[in-house]
Unconditional design. Structure first.
Length: 183
């Protein structure tokens, strides 16, 4: 049972799949890890000035990924395209680092973070259910906008208040205090 008001519940577009939500959670996980990496590079900027730019770029990319994850969850088509492009770029770069003999991909954590997470997000967004979640008509997209839902909810409140009669209360003083109350 939903607690939402009838106007909001009537305007909600049911999701046909949970692929955008799962992909959004995975992108938020990646953004969190990027943010931690960017913040942990800041102390090394004292010794090496190049780490300042690197940490700032990593933090800005993490903020952008949080923003893309938010819009991916809202099923914005442009966010899906940007996430696919960024995840494909990340996957290609990680595969190149795996092939190059510099030892950048040692252990299970870099493999999971740099290969498995981007591959999972790409698979979710390229799957049939992922593509279907982003195919909406203009009417469904407009109905899902929160401004429209709030406007319709406020209209229903106005209609509900116009249909009710004013309530008056009969408040009469029945007794008067005999002596003033000391302060």
């Amino acid at each position: 049972m939903s607690i939402a008001s009838p106007a909001v519940a009537a305007n909600a577009v049911p999701s046909t799949t949970s692929a955008p939500e799962i992909a959004s959670v995975l992108v938020v996980t990646q953004a969190s890890l990027s943010l931690v990496a960017g913040l942990s590079a800041i102390p090394f900027a004292i010794v090496e000035p190049g780490f300042r730019a690197l940490s700032l770029i990593t933090i800005l990319i993490a903020i952008g990924m949080f923003w893309l994850a938010r819009n991916l969850r809202r099923q914005r088509r442009w966010a899906r395209r940007w996430v696919i492009a960024l995840e494909a770029l990340s996957l290609v770069a990680s595969l190149l680092l795996t092939v190059l003999p510099i030892g950048a991909m040692r252990g299970p954590v870099p493999v999971l973070v740099n290969l498995v997470l981007p591959a999972a997000v790409l698979w979710l967004l390229w799957s049939r259910s992922g593509r279907a979640a982003f195919k909406q008509t203009g009417d469904q997209t407009r109905a899902a906008l929160p401004e429209v839902a709030l406007r319709r909810e406020s209209e229903s409140i106005v209609i509900a208040t116009n249909n009710t009669s004013p309530v008056t209360m009969n408040c009469q003083r029945t007794s008067r205090p005999s002596s003033p109350i000391p302060l």
